[in-house]
Ligand binder design. Structure first.
Ligand code: ADP
Length: 400
């Protein structure tokens, strides 16, 4: 008999991912994703007991319809009564939220207010919260924030070189994102080392469509590459990452870009896609390198990997000691080519990959990929849903 399952909801602008998780074992009872929401052809894919089914959604193909579909699915499979709570991934918790938080009207109001720091994310996260509250009015709803893990960063790491009043009066500072993922893989690395997390210092590289690097010192995030928004840091799938802010004025004043066009350029048309003029997908770029010896694809990959290696090396200034480097995210978990190119630039840090292990550890596997004489380097698949389920359950069980 299943008890205390947590429904984890991750609501994006046009998608809604869900997992039904047994929080103490981490067992995934069901999972799915509703895609192309708010378009003409919303549909939902559900994976349950080894069966994968894709079903068109009813009009108006929105987040509420998707949540209603999930509720009906849970009902049909007798999975509603086993629910203890709903855990939501919330992108921006500002300085207010450094721990998982029970959602009430006050919390919803402050998440809404934080939308000015995350206009693309918080409003749509709230749509998921409202839809789930309507569907499960009797269940506690918990927010787990992407920014929360980075709230331990020291002041020197999060204040920009800008007039201080922009921080004091407007909250303009570095917040960092992907916190749940960095926390999870950092903790897993501590387990692999056989050390308490509070004594573990690692650098974690979350490389997916969005990419960020974090320095974790004695179990706490002390620096991370994303900033006020997820645009800062390394080159990503479609985001530029760091650049000379003067470029923005050049685009506006000399090339007549509007602010909206600049935003689209930096967020949606840059990164792997912009440099390669081919794709934002790492696999496509790798194939072009391997099958066609494509020079631009090769340059794109070099830029991507070099910027990541530089960030990793710079985090030696943030750590008290170094226990190892962790790769995670779709690219970090699967691309031996990316890992090789990054680590090739880090030989002065004494990180060397075991070629066989580097090729073998992929497709959801976890393991050490460095040689016996090297500093540790691991691949650890991330599991943000597991953290959200665990933290949600801990909060409500603690409160009972
Ligand atoms: P998101 O940030 O949207 O969660 P993911 O973590 O799923 O993204 O990562 C997506 C990226 O992972 C894409 O660039 C994709 O090409 C890359 N990826 C997935 N599988 C592989 C693979 N086998 N080899 C190389 N790259 C891969």
């Amino acid at each position: 008999m299943i008890k205390n399952a947590v429904l984890v909801i991750n609501c994006g602008s046009s998608s809604l991912k869900f997992s039904l998780i047994e929080p103490t074992s981490g067992n995934i009872l069901a999972a799915g994703v509703a895609e192309r929401l708010l378009s003409k052809h919303g549909f939902i894919k559900i994976n349950y007991q080894g069966n994968k089914e894709s079903t068109p959604l009813a009009v108006p193909f929105d987040h509420q319809v998707a949540v209603n579909f999930i509720v009906e699915f849970l009902r049909q499979h007798d999975l509603v009564d086993c629910l203890s709570a709903v855990g939501h991934r919330l992108v921006h918790g500002g300085e207010e939220y450094s721990t998982p938080t029970l959602i009430d009207d006050v919390v919803k109001y402050s998440i809404k207010k934080l939308s000015k720091l995350a206009p693309l994310h918080n409003p749509v996260n709230l749509i998921g919260v409202n839809a789930a509250q309507q569907a499960f009015p009797h269940l506690p709803q918990v927010a787990v924030f992407d920014t929360a893990f980075h709230q331990s960063m020291p002041t020197k790491a999060y204040i920009y070189g800008l007039p201080y009043n922009l921080y004091k009066d407007h909250g303009i500072r570095r917040y960092g994102f992907h916190g749940t993922s960095h926390y999870y893989v950092g903790k897993q690395a501590a387990k692999l080392l056989g050390k308490p997390f509070a004594q573990t210092s690692v650098i974690t590289a979350h490389l997916g469509n969005g990419c960020s690097i974090t320095a974790i010192d004695n179990g706490k995030s002390v620096d991370t590459s994303m900033g006020l928004t997820p645009l800062e840091g390394v080159v990503m799938g479609t985001r530029s990452g760091d650049l000379d802010p003067g470029i923005i004025f050049h685009l506006i004043e000399q090339l007549n870009y509007t602010p909206e066009q600049v935003s689209n350029l930096l967020n949606k048309d840059s990164g792997l896609l912009g440099i390669s003029e081919m794709s934002n997908d790492c696999r496509t770029i790798e194939e072009a390198i391997i099958n066609e010896q494509d020079q631009r694809a090769n340059l794109t990959m070099d830029i991507f990997c070099y910027r990541i290696a530089k960030t990793i090396a710079s985090y030696m200034a943030s750590l008290s000691h170094f226990d190892g480097l962790v790769f995670t995210g779709g690219i970090g978990e699967n691309s031996d080519l990316v890992r090789t190119r990054i680590v090739n630039s880090l030989h002065l840090l004494n990180i060397q990959l075991d070629e066989t292990q580097n090729i073998e550890v992929r497709f959801g596997k976890s393991g050490l990929i460095s040689t016996a004489t090297s500093q540790n380097c691991w691949v650890i698949p991330t599991n943000e849903e597991q953290v959200i389920a665990e933290q949600t359950y801990q909060l409500i069980a603690g409160g009972k």
